[in-house]
Design a binder for this molecule. Structure first.
Ligand code: MG
Length: 339
């Protein structure tokens, strides 16, 4: 029963230009993957490439046909397929994550069951999701906070020379919960200076203040911090976790970094064994990739799956974060359909 690969570029536009400490834009091109079996059953996935992690739309489109030469004869043998892909062409995590999601979708559809249910999870345990406020002028940040009134938890991007002003603007505009992501934009001394400011404005979580390789620096910040410190850019796969133990409180898992749903589950297990906080995040991507990541949310503490909610033109329907609460679909596989 050989599988057939089809790909399609999805052009996505955010409602506002999405800017973080290392830049940003309004237009994103992800790649939709379809794996079609002999009976015409389709498994869907989506690759959301990020230059920071070495991928572009073009590298995904180049890698996928190569990975497709090693599609499993039996789509249920996901572990073998993922291991083969990870060793035949290293890197390319977003491309591999799309194939992983598509196999999970296909298997769930063949069994008539949602992936989260196959894993024995309770969809009602999915936490609330944050909604991200990207970098912008003070006036536009205020407008975005008001526009995002339905979301009870905001995540604000920092790592600029106006961080205090941005936080003050947020706090003057809302009394909702605020989490901060500096996207590698601070030094240890800047972060230590910012800690009392974060406290003053009631920030509850600090994500990735330092460049990825500065793991000891993260430890120095953690020893002075009164709020949980989460590693994102410093934690791509399970292999990164041992060095982070003791230096951060938790990790942010993204399929476009770790390359597979099964790797995401391994990361959760390893982080839990070390008593770490587990977060799941996303890129700017449609509800297809968001729903793949959402399958693990009943197992995590912090959810940041707003990538599709930030879009003007989401072509897919699946998991939602309306009112902030993440809701998993009941349909078989990932439970995603075209809008
Ligand atoms: Mg982050």
């Amino acid at each position: 029963m050989p599988l057939r690969l089809e790909t399609q570029v999805l052009t996505l536009t955010t409602k506002h230009p999405f800017i973080i400490a290392r830049g940003g834009q309004s237009e994103y091109r992800t790649v939709m993957v379809k794996l079609v079996d002999d009976d015409g059953v389709e498994g869907w996935g989506e690759a959301a490439p990020t230059k920071f992690y070495g991928e572009t739309t073009e590298t995904v489109l180049a890698a996928l046909p190569y990975y497709a030469t090693a599609l499993p004869d039996d789509p249920f043998r996901i572990e073998d397929a993922e291991l083969r892909w990870a060793t035949m062409l290293r890197g390319n995590p977003a491309a591999r994550a799309a194939l992983s999601a598509a196999l999970h979708d296909l298997v769930g559809k063949r069994l008539g069951m949602p992936v989260w249910k196959l894993w024995g999870l309770d969809a009602a345990k999915a936490p609330r999701s944050t909604f991200t406020i990207g970098l912008d002028t003070t006036e536009r940040i205020r407008a975005k906070v008001l526009e995002a009134a339905e979301y009870p938890i905001l995540k604000v991007k920092l790592g600029t020379d106006r961080d205090v002003e941005i936080l003050r603007t947020l706090r003057e505009t809302t009394d909702r919960e605020i989490r901060v992501d500096a996207n590698c934009g601070w030094s240890v001394s800047q972060a230590v200076r910012m800690l009392p400011v974060l406290e003053e404005f009631g920030v509850t979580v600090l994500e990735q203040p330092l460049p990825p390789e500065q793991v000891d620096g993260l430890g120095a910040i953690r020893r002075r911090a009164s709020i949980p410190l989460i590693a994102d850019e410093s934690c791509r796969t399970a292999a990164d976790i041992p060095a982070l133990v003791g230096n951060v409180d938790g990790i942010n898992i993204k399929l476009a970094k770790c390359g597979s749903l099964r790797e995401a589950l391994r990361m959760i297990a390893i982080a839990r064994a070390h008593g770490m906080v587990v977060m799941v995040g996303c890129m700017i991507e449609s509800s297809l990739a968001i729903t793949a990541a959402a399958q693990v949310t009943p197992l995590v503490d912090i959810v940041d799956l707003d990538g599709a909610a930030l879009l003007r033109d989401d072509p897919m329907a699946g998991a939602t974060i309306a009112g902030g609460q993440l809701r998993l679909p009941d349909g078989p596989g990932l439970g995603v359909r075209r809008r």
